[in-house]
Design a protein around this ligand. Structure first.
Ligand SMILES: C[S@@+](CC[C@H](N)C(=O)[O-])C[C@H]1O[C@@H](n2cnc3c(N)ncnc32)[C@H](O)[C@@H]1O
Length: 318
């Protein structure tokens, strides 16, 4: 089974059984130790995080690292059945692996795509321009935005629309620094309109895990604020006890369930409880939230891999 095909299947094994096996294994005990405050994630700077992602994207700029996530429509069929001229914001678009299949699935869909890394935005633009998708270049609107430290650009959601869309819990967002976001290449809102009026969908696909845990709550509240009432946030990311978590060494831990790779990029592994808390605190309604547990075999190494992802759909109340 190819890895893309494998991702359709979500129940190859029971997550609770995996949890018991891992928590009983003394060689993995370092993953559960309390973290000392000196090594905690709160010391990380957002510009260092962006730099690490810039380096990552310049090192992985060749075509072989670009793989469209075509399986997304199985997981999120509402993307394929959405109305004409729907607007999607792909947060942390990377090289465009999620943006391109969305543009491909509907000729009228508009994809706004942000990333904190300008290298990522360049890669995504190149990949979209090189595709044979109808009017993809004009329907793809890339812009630089660190959604964990800066307010969304005003053309996406102006101040007055932003305030009226805020739930009580996330009012602290108004304390954000007024960071400048690079809005070049973006068609600004039409004259006389306050902003483009928000998104029908926000996709967060393997992006939230790259943000330090303590910044995830404000980051998700920003996603909430740019959605139209009734809009959907589609979430897929690393799940607790995924094989890639267990490969991290003790000295790569930077927080509880948080790790830093040698290139400086980070990864968090979500339990359902934490994911639920983050999205519900921002004001979302839970539509779907589950572990996807996929067993795949590496034939070359004769090894069975237990992959765990978290799949979620959350709605902004009407
Ligand atoms: C693993 S890639 C996922 C890319 C894409 N969503 C996909 O489906 O392949 C994570 C991306 O998130 C971006 N990213 C990390 N932290 C971010 C932040 N705080 N704000 C915006 N983008 C961020 C990284 O630059 C990287 O391109």
């Amino acid at each position: 089974m190819s890895s893309q095909e494998a991702e359709y299947h979500s129940n190859d094994f029971d997550w609770e059984e995996l949890r018991e096996r891992i928590e009983d294994d003394p060689t993995l005990a370092y993953h559960f130790l309390p973290q000392s405050p000196s090594s905690s994630s709160s010391s990380s700077s957002s510009s260092l995080d962006s730099q690490s992602w810039n380096h990552f994207h310049s090192r992985h700029s060749t075509g072989k690292f670009f793989k469209e996530r075509r399986y997304l429509f199985k997981e999120f069929p509402e993307l394929a059945s959405c109305g004409e001229y729907s607007k999607v914001l792909e947060v942390g678009c990377g090289n465009g692996s999620t943006a391109l299949p969305i543009l491909r699935c509907k000729e009228s869909i508009l994809v706004f795509a942000c990333d904190c890394s300008t290298e990522a935005l360049d890669r995504a633009t190149e990949n979209i321009q090189a595709s044979n998708v109808v009017s993809a270049s004009s329907r793809f609107r890339p812009f630089c935005w660190d959604f964990s430290t800066c307010r969304s650009p005003k053309w996406l959601m102006c101040d007055s629309c932003y305030k009226t869309s805020l739930p009580k819990q996330s009012m602290s967002l108004l304390d954000f620094d007024n960071c400048e976001t690079d809005a070049t290449n973006i068609a600004s809102s039409k004259e006389g309109e306050c902003c483009i009026g928000g998104m029908d969908f926000v996709t967060l696909i393997f992006t939230l895990s790259a943000v330090p845990l303590h910044r995830m709550y404000t980051a998700v509240a920003e996603c909430f604020s740019v959605l139209k009432p009734g809009g959907l946030l589609l979430f897929r990311d690393y799940g607790l006890y995924d094989m890639t978590m267990l490969r991290f060494e003790a000295d790569q831990r930077v927080g509880f369930r948080e790790y830093k790779r040698s290139d400086g990029t980070r990864s968090y592994f979500f339990s359902l409880d934490i994911a639920r808390d983050i999205f519900l605190s921002a004001g979302f309604i839970e539509v779907e939230l589950e572990y996807c547990c996929v067993k795949s075999v590496n034939r070359r190494k004769q090894k069975t891999m237990h992959r765990v992802w978290v799949h979620g759909k959350f709605q902004k109340p009407m």
